[in-house]
Design a binder for this molecule. Sequence first.
Ligand code: HEC
Ligand code: HEC
Ligand code: HEC
Ligand code: HEC
Ligand code: HEC
Length: 226
Amino acid sequence: MRAPTARQIRFVAVFSIIPVFIAAGVVLTDQGAMPIMAHGPLQSGHEGVHCESCHVPSPGTVRQQVQAKVHHVLGMRDTGGDFGYGAVTSKACLQCHERPNERHPIFRFHEPRFEKAVAQVEATSCLGCHGEHTTHRATADLTFCQACHEDLVLKTDPLDVDHAALIADRRWQTCLGCHDFHGNHAGKAPKALKEAFAPAEIEAYLRAGPSPYALPKIFEAKEELP
Ligand code: HEC
Ligand code: HEC
Ligand code: HEC
Ligand code: HEC
Ligand code: HEC
């Protein structure tokens, strides 16, 4: 028997792959099948949030998406196209979390003067500091304030150990001990360093622990998409 040509091998390979794409297409577009695909628990607060509130189905019918993938495999397209769901973006988060009192709105950080800071901490996207399917409340570390507040000067500083001293000693892990990031917790920042929450307590909160900040929050997120 003659050995198959390279072309024949490619033909068989491509056609044996198609049913896999179709099966994947069904799983990715059937909401009932979504949990099968989940690759980790949701963080606290998101128990009631539907998969599709964050994962927006990408444009095109299943057939078009399968076709795009097949054409990609055959080398007829440069990209495979989004398959079922597009990448999660801040837009999804803001549908439920947009609030008028935001202290650090992500849109501000597109300004050129933040270019260097944003290279250090991706402050233009929720996903720069938050993930999902990890249970972590925030993926950022404690010290990222440094990216933007290195030159901070207060006209009259109310602290016992003032901001200038904290910054000179690079004690960036103290900032979140007195200030939350989004300004969404009621309560005033203390003036004595010994009243600040300990870095370990904040660290635990960023992972999945209890909130040390004053509750209730000023704005609760929407439970459902508007
Ligand atoms: C609060 C928003 C949110 C919710 C709710 C959510 N996800 Fe995700 N999911 C994400 C983010 C963020 C990622 C990381 C991928 C990325 O960066 O785009 C992700 C990644 C994934 C991935 C990996 C695919 C990839 O592109 O990396 C799968 C599969 C997935 N999610 C399934 C689910 C399922 C199933 C549910 C419902 C049980 C769900 N997700 C609910 C935000 C969410
Ligand atoms: C369908 C609405 C909805 C969407 C979409 C959504 N969330 Fe939430 N989120 C909530 C609700 C409701 C809570 C719990 C109440 C609260 O904390 O205000 C919550 C809680 C959280 C918390 C934890 C709050 C805490 O104090 O423990 C974080 C962090 C968070 N969301 C970030 C995100 C990010 C990042 C995205 C986008 C990837 C996102 N959310 C998408 C509704 C949503
Ligand atoms: C530069 C980092 C950073 C970015 C960008 C960021 N966050 Fe956060 N976020 C944090 C940190 C740190 C905390 C914990 C401190 C606090 O509670 O304010 C937090 C806490 C939260 C909480 C819980 C407390 C609250 O305010 O209700 C929610 C919800 C949240 N973030 C949503 C978002 C959403 C939605 C976006 C995008 C619009 C976003 N975050 C962008 C760092 C960030
Ligand atoms: C990507 C840049 C950036 C990062 C990172 C950042 N900030 Fe800010 N922050 C700003 C800007 C810009 C302002 C507004 C200053 C102004 O308007 O003069 C601000 C304002 C503030 C204010 C005053 C808010 C008010 O209502 O007057 C506090 C407090 C603050 N930041 C604390 C922090 C803390 C704590 C961290 C780290 C957890 C942090 N910031 C990280 C850019 C940043
Ligand atoms: C012991 C608590 C404490 C610590 C630690 C602390 N702050 Fe403050 N911070 C305050 C208080 C109190 C104010 C006065 C305004 C207020 O009440 O919010 C303030 C004000 C600010 C302001 C507003 C400045 C203005 O012009 O209005 C910024 C920005 C700020 N802090 C950032 C930081 C950063 C960055 C760090 C970490 C190096 C830090 N703070 C550490 C308590 C603290």
